[in-house]
Design a protein around this ligand. Structure first.
Ligand code: SF4
Ligand code: SF4
Length: 348
């Protein structure tokens, strides 16, 4: 493909400095998915959102996934000279971001009208394979919908004993730790394993929410201060990722309120460091923000992936990747830019 498809974004100033963007409230992260292992999709998704100008790409801590992501990121870097941080996600315990769905397709009653297939935003379910493991990102929407209760979930947690060597191998710019209330000890063990890799990390993102309002905002603040003290002990700088409503950004515009509400409530109580929105974020989040206070940035996940999905699938049917299909690339890039431009400070 010729470079002219990439020209439009070279004509504007790209905020490539992550720290500056965090300080100015312009920081944008693309969540490729902690459970998403569809390698050709990952390369293209990372290329699209890199070219659109995100500051960071968040992925599963997996060699093949990181390799695929780097391919897409480098493709853009060689053409535009921009390179987002590569962040890998881990968890200090059970977490819905680290699960996948499964069922045996042989057991499906022939008369079933396949609601699981219709509800899956990742088009990860088909008649032959059941759940396509590499494409499922664990959103959980198919789990309750099966009329005969055939679909189950399984966890994809990394073994802590392998974490240090994995981080040393992957050499990410940043790591994200998904944590929850009451897990400060497990958090420290994970952080210890990560720092044992001697990998220099620019930031450690701490992803936490209120778990459907099971806890008070004060309890969450107390836990974030514990994580703050722990990160200081290990000489790491945080990003506080406020998980408003996990994996729901592609459901409807209203989901954006949860992350904004969490930001408003935790802001006066939170430890120092950038507060970033996530969980339920979508194209409406920017205009729903309170005027007086701005978060340091935002992460887009399901909604950002779903936006590009039709172009990725179309490229797949053509047996090429999106980067080799000029019209598809142009359309997908335009959608990605439309989503993130308000955050970068650009007009759409
Ligand atoms: S609906 Fe969600 S959990 Fe179920 S297969 Fe699709 S991506 Fe996976
Ligand atoms: S809804 Fe249940 S029975 Fe129907 S196709 Fe999906 S898994 Fe099979």
């Amino acid at each position: 493909m010729t470079n002219n498809l990439l020209t439009p974004i070279t004509s504007r100033t790209i905020v490539s400095d992550n720290e500056k963007a965090l300080a100015q409230g312009n920081w944008v992260k693309f969540i490729c998915g902690a459970s998403n292992h569809d390698l050709p999709f990952i390369s293209d998704l990372c290329a699209i959102y890199s070219a659109a100008g995100v500051h960071c790409i968040d992925l599963a801590a997996d060699s093949a996934v990181v390799h695929a992501a780097r391919e897409g990121i480098e493709w853009v870097n060689t053409r535009l000279g921009i390179k987002p941080w590569l962040m890998v996600s881990v968890s200090d315990g059970e977490d819905i971001h680290f699960r996948k769905a499964w069922f045996n397709p042989q057991k499906c009653p022939p008369a079933c009208d396949r609601p699981c297939e219709r509800i899956c935003p990742a088009e990860a379910i088909n008649k032959k394979e059941g759940v396509v493991n590499s494409r499922c990102y664990g959103c959980g929407r198919c789990l309750p919908i099966c009329p005969v209760g055939l679909i189950s979930e399984f966890s994809q947690l990394l073994e802590i004993s392998k974490l240090g060597s994995l981080i040393a191998e992957l050499k990410p710019d940043a790591v994200e730790i998904h944590t929850d209330l009451g897990r400060s000890q497990a958090f420290e063990q994970i952080l210890q394993a990560i720092t044992s890799s001697n990998t220099s990390l620019k930031r450690v993102a701490v992803s936490c929410g209120l778990k459907e309002k099971c806890y008070s905002i004060e309890a969450l603040a107390t836990e974030l201060w514990q994580r703050h003290n722990c990160l200081r002990n290990y000489d790491q700088k945080p990003i506080w990722q406020l998980d408003g409503r996990p994996m729901s950004g592609d459901i409807g515009a209203g989901t954006s309120h949860a992350a904004i509400k969490l930001f408003r409530e935790i802001r006066p109580l939170a430890p120092p460091g950038p507060l970033q929105l996530a969980g339920g974020t979508n194209a409406s989040t920017f205009r729903n923000l309170p005027l007086r206070h701005k978060p340091a940035g935002i992460a887009f996940g399901g909604m950002a992936r779903k936006l590009i999905q039709p172009w990725l699938l179309e490229a797949q049917t053509k047996k090429i990747n999106l980067r080799e299909w000029p019209e598809g690339w142009r359309q997908a890039l335009s959608l990605a830019k439309e989503l993130i431009n308000p955050w970068l400070g650009y007009k759409t």
